[in-house]
Write a protein that binds this ligand. Structure first.
Ligand code: ADP
Ligand code: SF4
Length: 694
């Protein structure tokens, strides 16, 4: 069987009520950080997926009324006719490539704070959603819906559905998942109603059924209606007539929508990071749905392997392969599978930087795909790039994420590229980090780039080649890119967040020391104020080596920033499993080789902790020696004919890998622009005046 025929099933059309998806690749609704205020950025972002072969391309959550207001988190809206044109840009763009466009109409119920609209959030019984959870805490409580509210929500949904049709959408959603209004009706803890909408499951499902029926009536006969539903918690609950309440809900609604879009309940399990779960992680929860309905079923699971996708279809788990993150990391995933170009797939690494963009309320960023979100803003296409009229000889120093991405981009543009790396392997920080607990999937960042680079005849690559100014002047490239990365420091901070100098002692380590193979001696304290993954992962790693580890941070949680990437709850679980005690809200002040002194952030009370070694995971500073040395020999550099020197990645500004890749890509795209580098375009809302978009 040829590779193509093995995957043919993925390219079969699927009927979704009155419309037909051209294949089984379905970009499920996912947050993009692009509200109606960025209509061109949003349309271009979604269009890329349609161009890349996704048969259905959906919006993210699209509010049906100001009483569903998630601000400052970004969301789309379909509140009135002014919203139609902004969405039509997207549907027209998606239709240009033969794909269907879906809109995820959404009412957040008690999970939104209505910070801007100041309306009391709606809920079945006045119970706030996740009110003890960081990020959901608020100082207002929702109201219980009365009869007028029921009528109003159904009317908003119907109006929004009609506007969706005017905007050109082919599939309109009803949302009953992730703590939003429809879902709150399904769980008795949130739904304590004693009327026809509460109590037995037949009653709890009534509101969702009415939403589906209302939507169907509103959209007419030539538009599909999808139900998006979370099943994790319901599946844990035994049913009266079925195996679980999830089985009962699906059975009760089996004939209602044209499509079931099934998912998990909370962001950390639904959009789970690769540190803690693999491909197809939803299957144990959603595997039963297809047995209970004749309607097509779509689900996600960070699918990047076509064999896994085919297995999902053949085993009767799913009809459509849902993708959110895999479609961001590689909008051309379907086309690459269809064309048998599997080694060109830029596989999602499951780092969840994309979801952190939503938490940051900004357009989506992706570690693997630096062009995500930049399609309109900078005119970046993930697969196409302009070739230069005249090739330069470019030397790229440093083969970490930034250097590899830069060399790849320069190579694609037709430059003559030489990439030199001091170490015995390419990868920079990732050469070490991919060996740490849970981070092996991040190796895809290297696999993709090295795989592409090795095929390029205009790129040569050298390992074991530390270069200094002499070598560079001798090489005399036309242009030089420095991508030499950053180093961790032993710097500390004061309670006032002021730099408090270095803490020096022979038994104080940084992550660079651990990467170099040094193992701390005796009980070890990991002091983390970097707050992303490194502190938690190193604590896990050292504990795994048998070192007795304690973790201390001035933040309120271990690896506190990982709340942004959905990893935080599982970081705590992993540390607990390794028996690593976590102390929060404490600063490290002194260490004498036997005892570390900690200071409580707010009270100043001292805590002494016996330990023999400390790993400080804090500030990183650029490796700037090479640039400084070059600047010291400016005339020789000029005489060698080196026309420009650029920095990319951590040596420019240390940060997460996503930033290093973006920086390497930017330098690669715009090398010749020098100081003028940056093609940033500004988007603006579409305002309708007397029915005319201006
Ligand atoms: P980034 O994330 O910006 O790519 P990394 O620290 O991951 O940064 O990678 C930088 C790479 O540059 C490392 O692999 C390092 O070994 C390499 N490097 C640093 N200095 C030199 C040098 N003078 N010559 C060649 N390679 C270098
Ligand atoms: Fe995947 Fe990370 Fe890109 Fe998100 S940011 S799509 S998780 S590679």
């Amino acid at each position: 069987m040829t590779q193509h025929s093995r995957y043919e099933v993925l390219f079969e059309p699927v009927r979704i009520g009155p419309v037909t998806a051209p294949n089984r690749f379905y970009q499920v609704p996912h947050a993009s950080g692009m509200t109606n205020a960025l209509p061109r950025v949003r349309a271009a972002f979604r269009e890329m997926k349609a161009e890349g072969g996704w048969g259905v391309v959906c919006t993210g959550a699209c509010s049906i009324d100001p009483s569903s207001d998630d601000a400052p988190l970004p969301y789309a809206s379909m509140w009135d006719d002014h919203d139609i044109r902004a969405h039509a840009l997207m549907t027209e763009a998606v239709h240009r490539h033969g794909a269907l466009a879906g809109v995820e109409l959404w009412h957040g119920g008690a999970s939104v704070m209505n910070r801007a609209s100041r309306m009391p959030p709606l809920s079945p019984s006045g119970i706030p959603w996740m009110s003890t959870h960081v990020g959901f805490m608020g100082n207002g409580r929702p109201k219980s819906m009365d009869r007028r509210d029921f009528r109003a929500v159904l009317r908003w949904q119907a109006d929004a559905a009609r506007r969706s049709r005017s905007a050109g959408f082919d599939i309109v959603y009803v949302y009953a998942g992730m703590g939003y209004l429809g879902y709150e009706f399904l769980l008795p803890e949130y739904n304590g109603r004693t009327d026809a909408y509460g109590g037995v499951i037949e009653n709890r499902v009534r509101f969702v059924r009415e939403m589906i029926e209302t939507t169907k009536d509103a959209v007419g006969k030539d538009c599909g209606v999808a139900l998006r539903i979370s099943l994790e918690e319901l599946r844990r609950r035994p049913g009266r007539h079925g195996e679980s309440e999830a089985h009962e809900v699906i059975s009760l609604l089996a004939d209602c929508p044209d499509l079931f879009d099934v998912k998990m309940d909370s962001s950390p399990t639904d959009c789970s990071a690769s540190r803690f779960s693999g491909e197809a992680s939803h299957e144990p929860v959603i595997d039963f749905v297809k047995r209970l309905t004749r309607k097509p079923v779509v689900g996600v699971g960070r699918f990047t392997s076509p064999d896994t996708m085919v297995s999902q279809i053949r085993r009767g788990i799913l009809d459509l392969i849902g993708g959110a993150r895999p479609s961001i990391a590689d909008p051309f995933l379907p086309r690459k599978i269809r064309d048998g170009r599997l080694d060109e797939i830029r596989e999602c690494i499951g780092c969840n930087i994309c979801i952190s963009s939503w938490h940051d309320s900004v357009p989506v960023r992706c570690t693997q795909n630096p062009t995500a979100g930049e399609e309109w803003r900078r005119g970046w296409h993930p697969e196409r790039i302009d070739r230069v009229a005249r090739a330069d000889r470019v030397l790229v120093v440093g083969g970490g994420p930034a250097g590899l991405e830069c060399a790849l981009t320069l190579g694609r543009r037709g430059h003559q590229v030489t990439l030199v790396e001091a170490a015995r392997a390419f990868g920079g920080r990732l050469a070490f980090e991919t060996r740490l607990p849970g981070l092996s999937t991040w190796g895809r960042v290297l696999d993709y780039r090295l795989g592409r680079l090795k095929l390029m005849t205009n790129v040569e690559m050298f390992l074991d080649s530390p270069v200094g100014v002499d070598e560079i002047i001798e090489w005399a490239p036309d242009r030089l890119v420095i991508a030499t990365g950053a180093r961790w420091t032993r710097m500390l901070y004061s309670p006032m967040e002021l730099p408090a100098g270095q803490l020096d002692h022979a038994q104080i380590f940084t992550p660079d020391d651990i990467a170099a193979g040094r193992v701390p001696d005796g009980p070890t304290l990991v002091f983390d104020f970097d707050n992303y993954y490194m502190g938690g992962v190193l604590a896990e790693h050292l504990a795994g080596l048998g070192v007795q580890v304690a973790y201390v941070t001035p933040a309120g949680h271990a690896s506190a920033w990982t709340i942004m990437s959905n990893e935080l709850p599982l970081v705590h679980r992993a540390l607990a499993q390794r028996r690593v005690p976590v102390t929060t809200l404490h600063l490290l002040t002194t260490f004498d080789g036997e005892t570390a002194t900690l200071k409580q952030l707010f009270t100043g009370d001292e805590l002494r902790l016996a330990c023999r070694s400390i790993v400080i995971v804090g500030m990183r500073v650029p490796r700037g020696e090479l640039l400084a040395a070059l600047q010291g020999r400016e005339q020789e550099v000029a005489a060698a004919g080196i026309r420009s020197i650029e920095r990319a990645g951590d040596t420019l500004a240390p940060g997460a890998i996503v930033h290093a890749i973006h920086s390497g890509h930017l330098v690669g795209r715009e090398l010749e622009l020098g100081d003028r580098m940056s093609s940033y375009r500004r988007d603006f809302p579409i305002v309708e005046r007397a029915g005319v978009a201006v």
